[in-house]
Design a protein around this ligand. Sequence first.
Ligand code: MG
Length: 378
Amino acid sequence: MSSIERIEITQHQFDLEPPFPAAWDSQPRQRFPATIVRVTDSDGREGIGSGDVMYGFDDFRHLFIGHDPLDLARHSAVIDNIGFHAGRCWPLEVALWDLAGKIKGQPVWQMMGGVSNRLKAYASSGTHRAKDDVVALAEQVRDAGIPALKLRFGRPEIQDDLDVLSAVRQAVGERLELMVDCNQGWRMPWDTQTPWEYAKALDVARELERYGVYWMEEPLYRGDYQGMARLNAATSLKIAGGEMTREPYEFREMLRRDCLDVYQPDAVCSVGMLGLKKLAQDVVAAGKLFTPHTWGNGIGVIANLHLTAGAVGPQGAPFLEYPFDPPEWTPEKRDFPLKAPLLADHDGWLTLSDAPGLGLELDEARLKATRSAQATYR
Ligand SMILES: [Mg+2]
């Protein structure tokens, strides 16, 4: 049996030129931060994770050193406890799964249940572009063979959002499934705008129904369970959410109240790989979809792909988020910590190999060149 010898955390910032005007951030982003976690065992194997910033972890590192890396249930429980006192340290759990896979000689998707090694991508846009530019993006996505596209709402006038949706639907017809993210459950620290209330969300839902939208994401504040349940009952749309919801008991409550049709917790930010394996299976057993948020770098996309493909496969997750909004957001920029970006194939599949662990290769030269003291957007 090997033991955990070392846990290293480094921060990186990749310069974004042009800046990325994220729809959910009131300030354009000049840098793309990444936190890289490496766990080394006593046999010299290394596991890699990325995602949340690991705030406050230094005080808890000693809780892992000397332990068996394969004791994943214990590590998940300790990381959950740390989140009660400090930051969310799930990237460490991702690194431990990568390491465990390398020790066992198994890909993580197999360890997650082995249901599948692939999922279809949906292109997830991230900006509020002008109508013609969003139409051009939709045509690019369609021509690349990706079967679905998520649009961002939140322009100053809702009519402008609806005009974009209408133009995209007209341009691509039924060739693309379209999702709409209202981003009302999410706020940057400096953004004090109040989220939509039920009446507004219902008005928007009625419009989205007319365009055959596949899901409506985060139409309400993330804690408005009553509003979500009412909206879900009132509309034929699938309601999606929960991308940053922290606690498994919150998801159980949302399932009990039938708040959502699509559950989206991101393994590198919430609940973790082991906790979400179970949640994903429960969600799908309840007849709902599980398809995580993955907006971040490619390590997070790949970790969530292993989790979701392995635990529930394409039946439980018809599409997985594939952040894509060129020119500011390309697979190469998104996956800057990796030697090669994760790409969807011509039929829109994201496919994992049989390489042990997560099957990742870091671009050490680029990580060296992007080292920083902080993990901020500017
Ligand atoms: Mg979202």
